[in-house]
Design a protein around this ligand. Structure first.
Ligand code: PGA
Length: 237
């Protein structure tokens, strides 16, 4: 079945990485049955766009400002990203929430800005380990979902990425039952067809299984999207 695969390169990349990764993966990217989004750091959007020419791979960014322009030194607006050819923006990643103090309210505003610029918002939500260990994972994540979604969200302009914070970059993943339970709860809470992706230590070894779980519409991949063999394995899943 056609799923969504989002690659989040985080603050990793170089022109050399694009040369190393994209040409060898071109056949696999072109022939993939999945919908693929690559989200590099801002400076690599244009070089990546050039490397992806004639491939139906979507370009995405990892963050944006809530305003469309103005005196905000060092910031990048959703409108600028759309101007460059971006089709999606990741908002509310747990690293932004934890390291940069982003709140649900700010994430909601960023989501609205992404929508106004005509792009898809990929909204990240997920529980910390303590919530998981105390049996409060679902209630925590559903509350985060409601607080981060903006009124402008539709199945055409929004995706949700469920990423347990303790699974990001750790090699740990929830059990298949736990992923299914969370995705079932999120689907029910959404009450519509907004795609819900799973993220957190997705690799070429576990992607195929995760993608077959009920209500999992795709995966958001961090570390494994930077390695040719592992990303190829995920795209072929
Ligand atoms: P990971 O990161 O795949 O390296 O765990 C996922 C993410 O943070 O989006």
């Amino acid at each position: 079945m056609r799923k969504i695969i989002v690659a989040n390169w985080k603050m990793n990349a170089s022109l050399g990485l694009i040369d190393h990764l994209i040409p060898p993966l071109s056949t696999c990217l072109i022939s993939s049955r999945h919908q693929i989004y690559l989200c590099p750091p801002f400076p690599y959007l244009i070089p990546l766009k050039k490397a992806l020419i004639n491939m139906s791979v979507h370009l995405g960014a990892q963050n944006c400002h809530t305003s469309f322009g103005g005196a905000f030194t060092g910031e990048v607006s959703a409108l600028m990203l759309a101007d460059l050819g971006c089709e999606a923006v990741i908002v509310g990643h747990s690293e932004r929430r934890t390291l940069f103090g982003e709140t649900n309210t700010l994430i909601q505003e960023k989501t609205t800005a992404v929508h106004k610029a005509g792009m898809t918002a990929i909204i990240c939500i997920g529980e910390i380990l303590e919530a998981r260990n105390t049996g409060r994972a679902i209630e925590t994540v559903v509350a985060q979902l409601h607080a981060s979604l903006s009124g402008s969200a539709t199945p055409q302009n929004t995706m949700i990425a469920y990423e347990p914070v303790w699974a990001i970059g750790t090699g740990l993943t929830p059990t298949e039952e736990d992923i299914t339970a969370m995705h079932t709860a999120l689907r029910k809470a959404l009450g519509n067809d907004i795609p819900v992706l799973y993220g957190g230590s997705v690799t070429d070894k576990n992607a195929a299984t995760i993608l077959t779980l009920p209500h999992v519409n795709g995966v958001l991949v961090g570390g494994a999207s930077l390695k040719k063999e592992s990303f190829e394995g995920i795209v072929r899943s």
